[in-house]
Each structure stands twice: as C-alpha cells, then as structure tokens.
Design a binder for this molecule. Structure first.
Ligand SMILES: Cc1ncc(COP(=O)(O)O)c(C=O)c1O
Length: 418
C-alpha cells in the first residue's frame, strides 16, 4: 500500500515561481504491467494522455485532469474478451434479449443479497441520464416539480429543466446526509395546491458527496414520498463502488420502495461510459408505468454496450474488488495528504463513488476555488458551483487514478496557494 509519507518523501516541492511540471521529478509512475491487481496502478501517464475522451482532451497537456467521472484504468479482462469476440464475429447489429438484465440480477443477488431486479420489470435504456429523463416522463408531466438533494450531479438540473420540469432543491444536511425534515417541507411545497404530479430524483449513492443512504433513511424517504404522493426515481449508477465495510441498499428493496423506478448501469464501476447502455428497473407496483415506455427508447442503447456491461456484471467481480481496494487506499492517501498539506480543506472520505467532495471555504478563494487550482496549479477539478445550493466554495476531485497522480494533484493544489 502507498502511504502519503512514502510519496511525499520521494518528491521535491514545486519551485514557487515556476509553473508546476507535469510530474515532479522524483514522482515515478509505474510502467504498465499485466496482471497488476490494482487497476489504478496499471497505466502510465503517457498512455493515458493518448486517450481521446473528455477527461484527457478538455484541457491543455500541462493540466493534470482529476475531474469528470472517468477512471484511469484499463478495461477489465472479461469485458475486453467479450468485445473482442463480438468484433471478431462481426456481431455489431442491434441489441436483443435479456442478457443485461440477467447479468444485473446475478450481480445484485451476490453483492447485495437482493433478488429484486426481476427481468420482466426491466428495460434497456441508452444510458442512465436518458433513462432518468424517460422515467420522469412516465410519472410527471410538463411543468411538474422534480425534487433533488443539492449539492448534486449537475445534469440533474440540466436534463430535468430541458424536459420542461421544475427542479426544486431539498439541500442535504450539514452531515451531507438527506435531511428528512427539509425533504418533507420540500415535498409539501412541491405538491401544495394539487393538480401537479411530483417526483423525487434520488441519487443513491450520492454524487458528489459519496453518501450511501441507509435502509432506514431510504424507508423514511419512501414513507414521506407515499404521504405526499411523490414518485421516486433513483439513480443508482454508483452502487457497485462502495468503500470497504459499507453496504449499498437498493431503493427498490426497502419497505415502501415498491412503486419506485431505478436506473442502474455498469458504466461507472467498470469505466464503460463510451459503451452506451443502462437498465431501468421498476418495483412491483411500478411495472405498469415501465410498460408505458415508448418502444423507440430501446433503439438508443448500443449492442456493444450491452455486451460490455453484461460481461462486466457477469464476470467482472474480481476486477471490481481490486478496484475497490485501490480506491480505499486512495481515499486514505488523499485524507493524509490533505491533513498534512492543506489542513484548511475539509474532506470526509466518502462511503461510495470515486469522487472526493472538498470543502475549500476556509482557504478564502471565493466561490470557485477550482478556477484558482486550474489557473495557478494546473490541476483540473470540478467546480462545486454547478452542483447547486451548497456547492459554492467546494471542488470535486476524481481519485480514480494512480496514487502518484493523486499526490501530484494535491501538490498542484498546494502550489496554487503559494
Ligand atoms: C449520478 C450519476 N448519474 C449519471 C451519470 C451519467 O451516466 P450515463 O453516462 O450512463 O448517463 C453519472 C456520471 O458520472 C453520475 O455520476
């Protein structure tokens, strides 16, 4: 395991006046190795920079990208095998069958002891966000309110507003957990006057804070939603990425969750965002809603996406476990580095996701510290502002990278303040 001390002892600080180098001279990235158990320690920076995806192309080469939710990992071997076989066969037509849903059902049973995602109550959708839009269309109409727990994944605002629904915020509490009193008041506000169909778009686990909602919290949410006639749509894309000792609870598995609609996908946990596919799952009492999903939605997902996601869920559990161990190490490393070098930043290692939500308000950098870290430190983090109420003064850091690049990112943040 890498410790903060090992990495920093091996590294020289930046010269204060110069732009931070792309890597500190003494920080070494391990060469690519096959069979490396921690997928986060497999790829060299040179190799990563050859990628053409958003994470690596949005900023100039002297910027270290620790922002959008892509991981610096190679593909899991079962996924590579499934895709390679498909390409060799020319199996590049339209998706068919229930293989993705069956793979998710098997994974859910083994990992969460949940036999809930019954194949007949699932539908393949193009990706999680388009799935969210389709589920919200099933249970709300134009102008209807959609409640979200801010700060939250920015597309929750953009996509919902684009589909002509009204976003209403129910901010998380100071402990970054759902504040049930606030949620109740917000449900009341969203439904007062009647005549409107309201929904709650739950992020579980929560992006950006990594909060994993407990069974008790989710049951309380379901009871509140039932009392106010609010339908729950839950985005569970980060469900497989839990920290050691933390248990994810599917919303549809809790009492009262039976009329919920969930979106799940292998895309975050196995880094498959470029291979479009996700699953919508209806609780038993929402089956009739899902049955109204227009046929054309099934034209969006890609057959190769379905093949890749199915292989990941069916055969990718060992790879995932190595990843999760590596993320546990990285959370500890980040906590140590920040405590030592940037103690004014408040960081609670997350219970899930590979995202770190950093409260930088005590640094006195204003509402958008990410801009300062980018301009002066050449490290790209997500600004907290688009995450809504509670986001100003915060940054989101993606720690799904090697320990060396993570340490380099912190060093650049330190350099930005010198
Ligand atoms: C909470 C959440 N939902 C959805 C997405 C996007 O998923 P997709 O690419 O399947 O739409 C992300 C991506 O980071 C996310 O964090």
């Amino acid at each position: 395991m890498f410790t903060a001390q090992m990495i920093l002892l091996a590294s020289a600080p930046f010269p204060v006046t110069a732009r931070p180098p792309i890597l500190c001279p003494m920080t070494r990235i391990p060469h690519a190795t096959s069979g490396e158990p921690n997928p986060l320690r497999t790829l060299t920076l040179d190799r990563l920079r050859r990628r053409t995806s958003m994470k690596w192309r949005a900023y100039p080469e002297d910027v270290l990208p620790l922002w959008v939710a892509e991981m610096d990992v190679p593909l899991a071997e079962p996924v590579v095998r499934a895709l390679t076989d498909a390409l060799a066969l020319g199996d590049t037509g339209y998706p068919a069958g229930t293989g993705y849903a069956e793979a998710l059902a098997g994974f859910a049973e083994k990992r969460w002891g949940w036999d809930g995602p019954a194949v007949e109550r699932t539908a393949i959708v193009p990706d999680v966000m388009l799935g969210v839009v389709e589920m919200l269309k099933l249970v709300t109409g134009p102008g209807d309110p959609v409640v979200v727990n801010s700060p939250v994944y920015p597309p929750f605002y953009q996509f919902v507003e684009h589909m002509d629904r009204r976003v209403i915020e129910a901010p998380l509490g100071a402990d970054l957990r759902i504040d049930l009193d606030t949620l109740q008041q917000t449900f009341r506000r969203a439904t007062e006057g009647g005549g409107r169909r309201a929904a709650f778009l739950l992020c579980s686990p929560h992006n950006p804070t990594g909060t994993v909602h407990t069974a008790g919290e989710l049951a309380a949410v379901a009871a509140l939603a039932d009392r106010h006639g609010v339908r729950v749509v839950t985005d569970e894309i980060h469900a497989p990425i839990t920290a050691g000792g933390v248990e994810f609870v599917p919303y549809l598995s809790v009492p009262g969750g039976e009329n919920g609609l969930s979106l799940m996908s292998a895309s975050k946990a196995w880094n498959l965002a470029g291979l479009k596919a996700a699953l919508a799952i209806a609780g038993p009492e929402a089956a009739a809603d899902l049955a109204r999903l227009p046929e054309e939605v099934s034209h969006g997902p890609s057959h190769l996406g379905v093949i890749a996601h199915s292989a990941a869920l069916r055969d990718g559990a060992d790879w995932l476990d190595h990843l999760l161990a590596g993320l546990d190490d990285n959370r500890r490393l980040l906590a140590d580095l920040l405590a030592e070098h940037l103690p004014a930043i408040t960081y609670r290692p997350a219970e899930a996701t590979y995202l770190a939500w950093l409260d930088c308000r005590a640094l006195g950098l204003g509402d958008d510290p990410a801009e300062v870290f980018l301009q002066r430190g050449r490290v790209a983090l997500n600004s907290g502002i688009p995450f809504g109420t509670g986001g100003a003064g915060h940054v989101r850091l993606n720690l799904a990278t090697s320990p060396e690049l993570l340490a380099e990112g912190v060093r650049r943040m330190v350099a930005a303040l010198d």
